[in-house]
Ligand binder design. Structure first.
Ligand code: NDP
Length: 443
C-alpha cells in the first residue's frame, strides 16, 4: 500500500482539511502491514472506499435570539460508514466546527465503534453555533431549528447521534423533544438522554470512567496501579469530570484541570467537594477554572497547559491537538509513565511519535475514550428492550468492554520487543472488522 500516493490523492480531493488528513494518515500508516498481508483489501480498493464518507449533509440553521435578531449557523451530519451497524457518533456545537473537524471525528468514529464490538457504524455532526453565553431559550430555539433538518436523515435503525463538546443533557433534551414532536415517535434516536426520558445510568460519566479503566489495564501490564499516582487532566467537561472521579476513586491524586485560557495546579488534589463545586458552576454555564483558583486559593497558570506539571499519568480530555511535541518532551522529562487520551486526537503526531519512541504507555482516543459510545450502545439496547439497567449493570458492562478493547490492542499492537503500540493495535483491530464487513457487503 502506497500511503503517500493515497494521501496525495486525498489532499487534492479535500484541500485544506488538515484535521481530516491528519487522522487518515495516522490510521493508514499503522495498518500498512495488515493491508499488505491481505491482498483482497487492495484488490477491492477498500482503502479508497473507507476514506470517503457515505454522505455529507450540510444545512443552514436559522434561529432567533431573545431580542428577536435572526442568526444563521451551519449544521452538518457526516454519515461516514455503516458497514457494521447504524451510523453512530456525537454532535459538536463549537465555533471551531467545520467540515474538516467533523470528517476527522467521523472517520475516527468508524474504528472506535468497531473496537467496542457493538454493531455501530461511524458518523459525526454538529454546528459552528456556540452555546456559551446563550440563554436557555436561545439554545432551545437553535436546537429545534437544527433538528428540523437533522430529522430527515436520522432514525433508531439508521443514524443515532449523541453529545460531544457543547452538546450535553440540555441540548440532547431540546433536540430529542423536537424530534418527538416532528415524528410522533418514542424511540432511542439520540443517546445521552436524561434519566426521566430514556437515558441510561452511567452514560454521563462513561467516557471518563472508560478512559481510566483503559489506563488501569495498561498500568497492569507493568505491574502498576492508580494508587498513589499523580494525575494531570486537561479540560473540565463531561470527559474530564468522569476521569477525575474514577481516578480519585482508584486512589490517585488529580492535580490539574484546564480551560482554553490556562490551567490550575492543586497540589492537595482535586476531589470530593471541589469537584461538586465545579459541577455547580458548569450546570449554571459559568467558567470553572479561574473561579476554582479563587475559591480554593491555588494558582491559575494563564495561557499555559497542564503538561508542564510533574505527573505519573496524563489524561488529555479537552480537544484535538492540545498536546504537542514540546508538551510531550516535558511530560517525558518529568517521568510520566502513561498518557491515555480521553479526548479525540488530543496529541499531535509529533507527540505520539515521542511517546512511542520512549516506549511509555500511550493509548489513542479511539480506544481509550470508546467507553462513551459503548455506553451509548448500551442505552440503545435498553431503549429497544424498554428496560432500564442498574448503574452497576451498566458500569460492569462498560468495564468489561474496556478490558476487551485493551486486549484487542495488545493482540494487534505488540511488537517483537514486547512493547504494545496501542495506536497500531487499535487501528488494526478496528479496521479489520470494518474492512471485512465492507468486502462481505460489497460496500
Ligand atoms: P465538553 O464541552 O464537556 O468539555 C470540553 C472541556 O475542554 C471544557 O472544559 C473546555 O473548556 C475545555 N477546553 C476546550 N478547548 C480547550 C483547550 N484548547 N485547552 C484546554 N481546555 C479546553 O466536551 P467533552 O468533555 O464532551 O469532550 C471533550 C473531548 O472528548 C472532545 O475531544 C470529544 O470529542 C471527546 N469525546 C467526548 C465524548 C463524550 O462522551 N462526551 C466521547 C468520546 C470522546 P471551556 O468550557 O472553558 O471551553
Amino acid at each position: 500500500m502506497n500511503v503517500d500516493k493515497i494521501m496525495n490523492d486525498l489532499t487534492k480531493k479535500n484541500p485544506g482539511e488538515v484535521e481530516f488528513l491528519q487522522a487518515v494518515r495516522e490510521v493508514l500508516e499503522s495498518i500498512v502491514d495488515v493491508v499488505e498481508a491481505n491482498p483482497q483489501f487492495d484488490e477491492a480498493s477498500i482503502i479508497e472506499r473507507i476514506v470517503e464518507p457515505d454522505r455529507v449533509l450540510m444545512f443552514k440553521v436559522p434561529w432567533a435570539d431573545d431580542n428577536g435578531n435572526i442568526h444563521v449557523n451551519r449544521g452538518f451530519r457526516i454519515q461516514f460508514n455503516q458497514a457494521i451497524g447504524p451510523y453512530k457518533g456525537g454532535l459538536r456545537f463549537h465555533p471551531s466546527v467545520n467540515l474538516s473537524i467533523l470528517k476527522f471525528l467521523g472517520f475516527e468514529q468508524i474504528f472506535k465503534n468497531s473496537l467496542t464490538s457493538l454493531p455501530m457504524g461511524g458518523a459525526k455532526g454538529g454546528s459552528d453555533f456556540n452555546p456559551k453565553g446563550k440563554s436557555n431559550t436561545e439554545v432551545m430555539r437553535f436546537c429545534q431549528s437544527f433538528m428540523m433538518e437533522l430529522v430527515k436523515v436520522i432514525g433508531p435503525e439508521t443514524d443515532v447521534p449523541a453529545g460531544d463538546i457543547g452538546v450535553g443533557g440540555r441540548e440532547i433534551g431540546f433536540l430529542y423533544g423536537m424530534y418527538k414532536r416532528l415524528t410522533h415517535e418514542h424511540t432511542g434516536v439520540l443517546t445521552g438522554k436524561g434519566l426521566n426520558w430514556g437515558g441510561s445510568l452511567v452514560r454521563p460519566e462513561a467516557t471518563g470512567y472508560g478512559c481510566v479503566y483503559f489506563a488501569k489495564e495498561m498500568l497492569k501490564t507493568r505491574n502498576e496501579t492508580f494508587k498513589g499516582k499523580t494525575v494531570a487532566i486537561s479540560g473540565f467537561g463531561n470527559v474530564a469530570w468522569g476521569a477525575a472521579l474514577k481516578a480519585v476513586e482508584l486512589g490517585a491524586k488529580v492535580v490539574t484541570i484546564s480551560g482554553p485560557d490556562g490551567y490550575i495546579y492543586d497540589p492537595e488534589g482535586i476531589s470530593g467537594k471541589k469537584i461538586d463545586y465545579m459541577l455547580e458552576l458548569r450546570a449554571s454555564n459559568q467558567d470553572i477554572v479561574r473561579p476554582y483558583s479563587y475559591e480554593f486559593g491555588v494558582e491559575f497558570h494563564e495561557g499555559k497547559k497542564p503538561w508542564e506539571v510533574k505527573c505519573d499519568i496524563a489524561l488529555p480530555c479537552a480537544t484535538q491537538n492540545e498536546l504537542d511535541g514540546e508538551d510531550a518532551k516535558k511530560l517525558i522529562a518529568n517521568g510520566c509513565i502513561c498518557v491515555c487520551e480521553g479526548a479525540n486526537m488530543p496529541s499531535t503526531p509529533e507527540a505520539v511519535e515521542m511517546f512511542i519512541e520512549k516506549k511509555i504507555l500511550f493509548a489513542p482516543g479511539k480506544a481509550a475514550n470508546a467507553g462513551g459510545v459503548a455506553t451509548s450502545g448500551l442505552e440503545m439496547s435498553q431503549n429497544s428492550m424498554k428496560l432500564n439497567w442498574s448503574a452497576k449493570e451498566v458500569d460492569d458492562r462498560l468495564h468489561e468492554i474496556m478490558i476487551n478493547i485493551h486486549a484487542s490492542c495488545v493482540m494487534h499492537g505488540t511488537d517483537a520487543s514486547g512493547y504494545v503500540n496501542y495506536v497500531k493495535g487499535a487501528n488494526v483491530a478496528g479496521f479489520l472488522k470494518v474492512a471485512n464487513a465492507m468486502l462481505d457487503l460489497g460496500f
